[in-house]
Ligand binder design. Structure first.
Ligand SMILES: [Cu+2]
Length: 152
């Protein structure tokens, strides 16, 4: 039985972080680019504290700047802004509320609509029990139960 328990905890250890926090690739396969409707992309998606936003683009083509609401509307970055420029930029969503991101290269934001606005929820997975995470946990436990029965 010891090995079964080990497998059980190993699977839990692997699954737990991925259940609690997700990595969200901005724009999915399109990545971070011009002429993409990020408004439509973000619609219906859930962003929660603990999640990570990943902005993917060919390095040098774009960048990522966190702005406020008016910066988003006007495509203007604050003077002290530090753009992310690696092409694989990860932003940890550490607080709830509205977040805005723009590309500061050329006129990508103004003309190319390269801007993203999201609303980050509180840690929905840990605070609201009937969530997808719970569903997955129950499913994993059920599968483990079956595996254990087969092993005995
Ligand atoms: Cu750009």
């Amino acid at each position: 039985m010891a090995s079964t328990q080990f497998i059980f905890f190993a699977i839990l250890a692997i699954l737990a972080p991925s259940i609690l926090a997700k990595e969200i690739k901005v724009g999915d396969d399109k990545g971070w680019t011009i002429n993409f409707d990020y408004q439509a992309w973000a619609k219906g998606k859930e962003f929660a504290v603990g999640d990570k936003l990943v902005f993917m683009y060919p390095q040098g083509d774009h960048n990522v700047i966190k702005v406020d609401g008016s910066g988003f509307q006007q495509c203007v970055a604050p003077a002290n802004a530090e753009p992310l420029t690696t092409g694989n930029d990860v932003i940890n969503l550490t607080s709830p509320g509205q977040k805005w991101y723009i590309c500061g290269v050329s006129k990508h934001c103004e003309s190319g609509n390269q801007k993203l606005a999201i609303t980050v929820a509180n840690e929905s997975y840990s605070s609201s029990p009937p969530s997808a995470a719970m569903g997955i946990s129950v499913m994993v436990l059920a599968i483990l139960g079956i595996v254990m029965m087969l092993m005995v």
